[in-house]
Design a protein around this ligand. Structure first.
Ligand code: ZN
Length: 198
């Protein structure tokens, strides 16, 4: 269990935290919780997200329970560096949509004293590792994997199962297109569609 690091040290050293998991696992809520606490402590906080995520609004990071924190949409991970000097804590939401460059950006920020908190999906809807998240998990000091609840059996879920057809990796839209499933229910469902595929 990750307990947040004591930041009250004289030497300004940064680090990387990753919050990962399936859809409906509360990643963004956890990101917002950490950023809000830092902001209350008068640390300078900013949050970035890829421009691709337009589900709710252009400039707000909105978790599913509608906590809102202003954010800066960026086209690429390197754009985050333009703003980096001004902040103590940088949050990056929906990080799975950035490319591998995000890893070096996060390392650069942390090496320069920034606390970097990255939230993102660790698997796509087919159960494959998603974008730069696996690499970020490897280089982070602290990793928190959060879980949803399986919609079919109530166990902990770590798959984001898509309930409609389509191969496209990035699909925007939420409750109507995805359901969190545990391993057993995910495999059971796959076998119903493709018998013998387990
Ligand atoms: Zn289940």
């Amino acid at each position: 269990m990750f307990l947040e690091k004591d930041t009250n040290t004289k030497m300004r050293a940064g680090w990387i935290e990753v919050i990962c998991g399936s859809m409906f696992s509360g990643k963004t809520e956890e990101l917002i919780r950490r950023l809000t606490r830092a902001r209350i402590a008068r640390q300078k906080v900013e949050i970035f997200k890829p421009q691709i995520d337009k589900r709710y609004s252009e400039e707000d990071v909105v978790s599913h329970n509608s906590n809102v924190i202003r954010s800066i949409p960026v086209q690429s991970a390197s754009q985050i560096l333009f703003y980096a000097n001004e902040f103590d804590v940088i949050g990056i939401d929906e990080a799975q949509f950035f490319d591998e460059e995000l890893m070096s950006v996060c390392n650069h920020l942390a090496n320069n004293g920034v606390r970097v908190i990255v939230a993102g999906l660790d698997m796509d809807f087919q159960g494959n590792p998603f974008g730069p998240i696996p690499q970020l998990v490897a280089i982070a000091e602290y990793v928190t994997k959060v879980h949803a609840i399986c919609m079919r059996c109530g166990n902990l879920a770590h798959y984001s199962h898509r309930t409609i057809d389509g191969e496209k990796l990035v699909m925007l839209g939420e409750t109507e297109s995805y359901e969190p499933l545990c391993r057993a229910c995910y495999n059971h469902n796959k076998n119903k569609i493709h018998p013998g595929n387990e």
